[in-house]
Design a protein around this ligand. Structure first.
Ligand SMILES: Cc1cc2nc3c(=O)[nH]c(=O)nc-3n(C[C@H](O)[C@H](O)[C@H](O)COP(=O)(O)OP(=O)(O)OC[C@H]3O[C@@H](n4cnc5c(N)ncnc54)[C@H](O)[C@@H]3O)c2cc1C
Length: 318
């Protein structure tokens, strides 16, 4: 593998990276897909809203994806953490793994995703993925018309509580002693029959992954069958930063046409763009990046043969 000049190294084999690998494999590209095995939905039992795969176990989704990729022998998989990547003077990249092994590639696709920061509530780990969630589009349907809690402070909590009204009219917003909401926000919550509990939470109670109640530090409790939270998420990897990609105001990697970043030859896909953070969108972003990468490679090779010109095609706005 070391001597190969890969067309593309993809870092991250979630829906974004897997989908990109499929499109690039079908475009006859030499692809090295690398993953360290820490998907964002590690705690999830079912993946919803992915057309033809609604309710599939995430592990099975990955297995099916790898089975499809196996039809394309130019796509190889490496189970490893990518530790760094650098742009070389000849406009290729050296990618370094955690064990110090290196490979070279013409294009780099970063599909390294995000991680959720769980709210600091005692017992939350036991429920994450079964009755504690970060996305109503993923798990709202299963909790429709049920008594749900929202955890979030300031505007985040307000917005998640508002979002949940599409699924249930029984919402309690818990701010856990966070900053006070404006009188207007409180009025709007009240008019939508959303209860506001501002006192500190002591713990989450329930059994077998099923949330039953939220216990406050003053001893009072509310019966709830699910909790949706909105807390800031973090990048799984600092590769995009370390290679010099620009970031947008919302914290996502900035990209132009076909997911080209500000660094020529580097593309991004999936949650690190911080657009709609659903699996099918991540997969589509992977497809879009793959399209951009293959287009650039084809044009570069065509130009070299036609005119001898060595250039890097890259569609990031100046
Ligand atoms: C509890 C939970 C439930 C969810 N349920 C749903 C749902 O029902 N429906 C839905 O549409 N979405 C759901 N999501 C969201 C969904 O998981 C994400 O939208 C999706 O996983 C994003 O795909 P991605 O490819 O961008 O990133 P990920 O799936 O997170 O994949 C990124 C990959 O990159 C790898 N990686 C990171 N850094 C490196 C590195 N340096 N070297 C090598 N590999 C690296 C990681 O190991 C990981 O496998 C859920 C999320 C959570 C947390």
């Amino acid at each position: 593998m070391a001597a190969t000049l890969w067309d593309v190294v993809i870092v991250g084999a979630g829906p974004a990276g897997l989908s990109a690998a499929l499109v690039l494999g079908r475009a006859c590209r030499k692809v090295l897909l690398c993953d360290r095995g820490t998907p964002r939905n590690w705690a999830s039992k079912r993946m919803h809203g992915f057309l033809t795969r609604d309710g599939i176990e995430p592990r099975q989704f990955r297995e099916l994806s790898h089975r499809e990729l196996a039809r394309y022998p130019q796509v190889r998989f490496r189970s490893a953490r990518v530790a760094g990547a650098e742009l070389l003077p000849d406009a290729t990249f050296r990618v370094t793994f955690a064990n110090a092994a290196t490979v070279r590639t013409r294009k780099l696709l970063l599909a390294t995703g995000l991680f959720d920061r769980l709210p600091p509530l005692q017992g939350i780990e036991k429920f994450f993925g079964t009755s504690v969630f970060q996305c109503p589009y993923c798990h709202g349907w299963e909790n429709r018309d049920r008594p749900v809690a929202v955890y979030g402070q300031g505007q985040r909590g307000f917005e998640m509580a508002r979002a949940l009204t599409a699924w249930t009219r029984d919402v309690v917003l818990c701010t856990n002693d966070g900053p006070e909401l404006s009188p207007r926000a409180k009025r709007e919550l009240q008019r939508n029959s959303i209860q506001l509990r501002t006192e500190p939470v002591a713990r989450l109670d329930g059994s077998a992954g099923k949330l039953q109640r939220i216990v406050f530090r003053d001893g009072s409790a509310i019966e709830r069958s699910a909790l949706f939270f909105d807390t800031p998420s973090t990048e799984q990897s600092d590769l995009a930063r370390s290679i010099g990609c620009q970031f947008s105001e919302n914290g996502g990697v900035k990209c132009g046409t076909h997911s080209a970043t500000s660094v020529p030859g580097v593309f991004v896909a999936g949650n690190i763009i911080r657009d709609v953070q659903l699996a099918i969108v991540a997969a589509a972003e992977g497809t879009r990046a793959a399209f951009g990468i293959n287009r650039a490679l084809t044009r570069e090779d065509f130009a070299r043969k036609a005119t001898g010109e060595k250039r890097v095609e890259h569609a990031f706005p100046k």
